[in-house]
Design a protein around this ligand. Structure first.
Ligand SMILES: Cc1cc2nc3c(=O)[nH]c(=O)nc-3n(C[C@H](O)[C@H](O)[C@H](O)COP(=O)(O)OP(=O)(O)OC[C@H]3O[C@@H](n4cnc5c(N)ncnc54)[C@H](O)[C@@H]3O)c2cc1C
Length: 569
């Protein structure tokens, strides 16, 4: 079943739901006119449909493999990666100073979403490079920028992110990799990193690793970490890949899914690296990369959900089984199958709107430097990451269900979406960690950012009552309950009480945001099908917020009252 990038949906959502026009109105993004954006989305859609999607099944069957210490990628990946690089897609929102297109991040996120629906395993490679570009643009010395950025932006070289070690996953501060000053402007990096996506490959001529390590005088924990750029091949005087650095791939992981993406155990043996940012300032610098990547990982989830939905719909339109009340015999006319498809589509729209709204907030932050936009971007980032990836998982699961028995038969491709997308809720900070970030750091402003968002939702719902009273009323009521729970959280001094309800709170916030964006879409498209889709979302999916909010306020006592003995330990 071929994948078709939903280009028109992106155009509609960017233009009518998340307000890309505000971004265009800034001086920084004045060149991102509607015509330019539309042309770029159309062209990216073509690349997804014609070049990337045809490789998706093959990379699942023929994973990346390690041969004599070198990673060989899945068939067709090298050519497809070249098409991505040559099309300028890696550097779409990178600065023009070093060869980027300087376009809004929202456009880059939309394209990442499309590419993920086409072939998630391949898309992860440019995604990581984009994060690295932003980290270098923000924190690296001019010399490093001049040498590396043009290569990364053009896609000639790729980037990775190296945080994880066996004892240091969510707790990054526990990492043990070391760095020593060589006294000549370089550092010697030693240690082992695990789970490094695209840690090595044969699709580009150099791989640039951003590695977190500790200098001898680095304090314990995250505060003592520094960030280093450690290339696979050290650039020679002409800036070309020169001698091999003392690093390598120990092994590749065998995973549930995402087989086309090489996940490497990396060994660094006094490898030559260059400091990025200040010594002991590594975590802040790495967070630049991670914040960017978190939104894009959310988009990965949404892209996979789109792919799973398209597969399920195509199957439901073909598969004949039984007689439906409407007198048809294809399963798409059975009420339960229709329910699954409608809810899948409604959730894809909601998650995509949240992801793009977050990207627009980041663009506005970058273009205006406004504190309000900065707070909005920070608040939406964990929601976009967690809800986007959870939607990928739930829509993937329902996609299998729509297929019936054929859903677990690999040839249909339905199962692959489930397997591939599963890790997106885990990497770039698990969704549990995202939720804790939301209820702790993101409410440290006393709830200001949350309340401003809720006010906007309620004002618009109030206005919408004249046109869509039932739907607008439901969104208003839901946002009011959410406001009350937000007040409860802000007033709760015990962080563990908040953490016990963090995941349901994040999901409830996403549910309400989804209702808000559906309502906007319905108002913007009174004659189209958006109102019917909004009605499905608001009647069937939004009500989940109530039970989620109840759980969000349940506190931690009952969880710890259930002893480890009672858990069966
Ligand atoms: C396919 C794949 C690709 C990856 N790519 C990269 C990469 O390119 N670069 C890189 O550096 N890493 C990468 N990772 C690592 C990934 O980021 C980590 O797996 C992730 O951060 C979780 O760490 P962990 O696996 O050690 O789980 P743990 O941290 O052990 O977490 C286990 C469980 O405990 C929970 N938990 C942990 N700490 C807390 C806490 N304080 N409070 C509440 N709950 C907590 C988690 O949410 C989770 O549910 C990748 C992983 C995979 C599987």
């Amino acid at each position: 079943m071929p994948y078709t990038a939903p280009v028109e949906d992106f155009k509609f959502t960017l233009d009518h739901v998340v307000g890309l026009d505000q971004v265009r109105a800034t001086e920084r993004f004045a060149e991102a006119t509607q015509d330019v954006c539309d042309a770029i989305l159309t062209e990216a859609g073509r690349l997804c449909d014609q070049v990337m999607a045809p490789l998706n099944r093959g990379c699942d069957l023929h994973p990346a493999r390690l041969e004599n210490g070198v990673v060989r990628t899945s068939p067709g990946f090298a050519e497809a990666y070249r098409a991505i690089a040559d099309g300028g897609w890696v550097g779409i929102s990178a600065g023009a100073d070093h060869g980027g297109m300087g376009l809004p991040f929202a456009l880059s996120v939309a394209i990442n979403d499309m590419m993920s629906g086409a072939c998630l395993a391949l898309q992860l490679c440019p995604l990581l490079t984009q994060g690295q570009i932003e980290a270098l643009e923000t924190h690296a010395s001019d010399a490093l920028k001049d040498l590396y950025l043009p290569k990364l932006i053009s896609g000639e070289w790729t980037g990775t992110m190296n945080l994880t070690e066996p004892q240091a996953g969510s707790d990054v501060g526990a990492l043990a990799s070391k760095a020593e000053d060589n006294g000549d402007g370089t550092f010697a990096i030693s240690g082992q990193k695990i789970f490094i996506s695209w840690g090595d490959h044969d699709v580009a001529e150099n791989v640039c690793h951003l590695v977190l390590a500790r200098l001898p005088d680095g304090a314990p924990g995250t505060k003592g970490l520094s960030l280093f750029l450690v290339p696979k091949f050290i650039p020679d005087d002409a800036g070309k890949p020169g001698v091999a650095n003392t690093l390598g791939v120990v092994s590749l992981e065998h995973k549930l899914g995402l087989h086309g993406s090489p996940t490497a155990v990396m060994q660094y043996d006094r490898a030559t690296g260059w400091l990025v940012g200040a010594s002991h300032g590594g975590i802040a610098a790495m967070f630049t990369m991670m914040n960017n990547a978190r939104v894009s990982v959310g988009a990965q989830g949404v892209g996979c959900a789109e792919g799973a939905y398209q597969h399920a719909l195509a199957y439901a339109l073909e598969r004949k089984q039984g007689r439906t009340p409407t007198g048809h015999d294809t399963i798409v006319d059975h009420a339960d199958v229709r329910r699954m498809l409608a809810c899948m589509k409604a959730d894809v729209f909601a998650a995509r709107a949240i992801e793009l709204a977050c990207a627009v907030a980041i663009d506005m932050q970058n273009a205006t430097g406004s504190a309000d936009w900065t707070a909005r971007a920070a608040f939406l980032t964990p929601i976009a990451k967690a809800f986007g990836t959870d939607t990928g998982i739930s829509v993937g699961r329902d996609g299998v269900q729509v297929h019936g028995g054929m859903g677990v038969i690999e040839e249909t491709g339905a199962a692959q979406f489930c397997r591939d997308v599963r890790v997106t809720a885990i990497y770039e900070g698990t969704n549990g960690i995202q939720a804790m970030d939301l209820v702790a750091r993101k409410l440290m402003d006393g709830g200001d950012a949350a309340y401003r968002l809720l006010e906007e939702i309620q004002d618009e719902a109030e206005h919408a009552r004249a046109h869509l009273p039932e739907l607008a009323g439901a969104v208003w009521e839901a946002s009011e309950s959410l406001r009350e729970t937000t007040e409860w959280l802000v007033a709760e001094p015990d962080l563990n009480e908040r953490f016990a309800g963090a995941v349901p709170y994040l999901r409830a916030f996403a549910r309400v945001l989804g209702g808000h964006y559906h309502l906007r879409a319905a108002l913007a498209d009174p004659a189209g099908g958006r109102k019917a889709l909004a009605a499905v979302y608001i009647r069937r999916l939004l009500p989940e917020h109530a039970s989620l909010l109840q759980e969000a306020r349940a506190g931690a006592a009952d969880l710890y009252a259930l002893s480890l003995d009672e858990l069966g330990a």
